[in-house]
Write a protein that binds this ligand. Structure first.
Ligand code: NAD
Length: 496
């Protein structure tokens, strides 16, 4: 069985604790690898290595921007070369189906490395000479040691969203992945090692989130924490990093509204809706988990869901034909089943699904049926809280205003969608729905060059594009006088 180690100061190391944690395949409950369990002491070693690698005369700091770009590009190529292996590893530990890990996760990583390599030279300040002989300018400097803490869902993609811009901007990095999905992360580190990143510039620490994450948040030598995960953990990070006034970029949970008006192309809308909630078994931060449908389209939309959902190919996640696999862990299975029970108790009605799948080999894994609840109301837990599973809630509305009010009725503000053929309405709704990302007549399509910023309890950060790269720098203002001269302020001195 593979033993996943930490990567600190250019070497693969096991923790002194001597403890190992098994990585479980959620499709069958069997161990696929084991991971060394680090402690706060290992984090301190990794941060010290990253600090040393950030010293002005270090090999990493001596690299020109184009040399950093070359390392990022080489890593991207190596990741693509190992795409098959990487996808299988991610599917075996997270349960996300092969079709998704192979064609989404892997390219999210190599794509992020390529994108930030490509804009490295755009990282620059401003200058003005509007005050006569004074030139005022800004330069952008890297922050120092950046910590990237990643979740288990979309594990390498979310890691790359922080890691790639941090490195492109010239920082050194310590990464902490979820203990459920360290295998694919370690493979990305193997690619960075092979590409030639200098020792200490990239470090990987493994271990329990509370101990490792708290040390990263509190460690005085960490300049910035980039965290992707639940809102509850994000709040702890803000508390723990407060003393050191650390920069924090938080990408948190969501409960995204998916609004369908009766004038929409309902065939496309329902197709995107199913993609938005059942991709990765609903374990996606931007999952469109709340359907808000105009009353006049309710019958048509729900009967399309009833007809189409049974056709989803549920199966073992490594099978390239499978479209829907297991949840990530036994814990997540229990959480999702608890939410389904609470939905029933609070008076929602099941349109379809609602059960654990236990036929044949499915019984060994953590499979739950694609589930849709109708007759939902805003105060129900299944409507207010992030379930992070394949559970769609359905609410109806009469008018545009009501749709907007329902959309804005949770504390989250990550993403949302509106389906309509009325352009004016699409613009009004996009403008008034309080989310950081809004899709019109589509879902989960965007460009890496356009930045995004979550609203409400969904986070505090600016991610993507040039603005996202600049977030890994600190601005310095410099003022240059062309000719030294007195101020003329102290008049008595003027005669001297
Ligand atoms: P989580 O908050 O439980 O864990 C995320 C990471 O934080 C893990 O690596 C974990 O070990 C670590 N951690 C745990 N306790 C910590 C602490 N006290 N200090 C620092 N780090 C700690 O989240 P999860 O269950 O792994 O991921 C699912 C969540 O992530 C969902 O809420 C989902 O919406 C969110 N998510 C958000 C985005 C986004 O871009 N907004 C993307 C993916 C996932």
């Amino acid at each position: 069985m593979d033993r996943i180690k930490m990567y600190i100061d250019g070497s693969w190391v096991s923790a002194d604790s001597g403890k190992y944690r098994k990585i479980i395949n959620p499709a069958n409950g069997e161990a696929v690898a084991e991971m060394t369990e680090g402690t706060a002491e290992d984090v301190r070693k990794a941060v010290a290595a990253a600090k040393k690698a950030f010293a002005p005369d270090s090999p990493w700091r001596q690299l020109l921007p184009e040399e950093r770009a070359a390392l990022l590009l080489k890593t991207a190529d190596l990741i693509d070369e190992r795409a098959e292996e990487l996808a299988v590893a991610e599917t075996n530990s997270m349960g996300r189906v092969y079709k998704e890990t192979r064609y989404d996760d892997v390219y999210a990583v190599s794509g992020a490395f390529r994108y930030y390599a490509g804009i490295i030279h755009e990282l620059k300040g401003e200058a003005t000479a509007e005050n006569g002989d004074l030139i005022s300018l800004t330069i952008r400097e890297p922050l120092g040691v950046c910590a990237v803490i990643a979740p288990w869902n979309y594990s390498i993609g979310t890691m790359a969203a922080g890691l790639a811009p941090a490195l492109a901007a010239g920082n050194t990095v310590v990464v902490k992945p979820s203990s459920l999905t360290p295998v694919s992360t370690a493979m990305v580190f193997e690619a960075m090692e092979e590409a030639g990143f200098p020792a200490g510039s990239v470090n990987l620490v493994l271990g329990p989130g509370d101990e490792i994450g708290t040390e990263l948040a509190e460690n005085e030598d960490v300049a910035k924490i980039t965290f992707t995960g639940s809102t509850a953990t994000g709040q702890k990070i803000i508390e723990n990093s407060g003393k050191g006034l650390k920069r924090c970029a938080l990408e948190l949970g969501g409960k995204s509204p998916f609004i369908i008006f009766d004038d929409a192309d309902l065939d496309a809308a329902v197709d995107r809706l199913m993609f938005g909630i059942f991709l990765s078994q609903g374990q996606v931060c931007v999952a469109g988990s709340r359907l808000l449908v105009q009353e006049s389209a309710y019958e048509q939309v729900t009967s399309m869901l009833k007809e189409r959902i049974p056709k989803i190919r549920i199966g073992m996640p490594l099978d390239p034909e499978t479209e829907f696999g297991p949840l990530v862990s036994e814990g997540q299975l229990e959480t999702v089943l608890r939410y389904i029970e609470s939905g029933k108790e609070e008076g929602a009605e099941l349109l379809i699904g609602g059960n654990r799948i236990v036929d044949g080999d499915f019984a060994k894994g953590y499979f739950v049926e694609p589930t849709v609840f109708v007759k939902c109301t805003p105060e129900m837990r299944i409507v207010k809280e992030e379930i992070f599973g394949p559970v769609l809630t359905v609410q109806t509305f009469k008018e545009e205003k009501e749709a907007i009010a329902l959309a804005n009725s949770t504390r989250y503000g990550l993403a949302g969608a509106v389906f309509t053929s009325d352009l004016g309405r699409a613009l009004r709704v996009s403008n008034q729905v309080n989310t950081g990302m809004l899709w019109v007549n589509t879902y989960m399509e965007n460009s890496p060059s356009i930045p995004v910023s979550p609203h409400g309890n969904s986070g505090l950060c600016l991610d993507g594009g040039m603005a996202g790269l600049e977030e890994y720098t600190v601005l310095k203002q410099i003022n240059l006088k062309m000719q030294p001269s007195r101020t003329g302020w102290f008049t008595g001195i003027e005669e001297m």
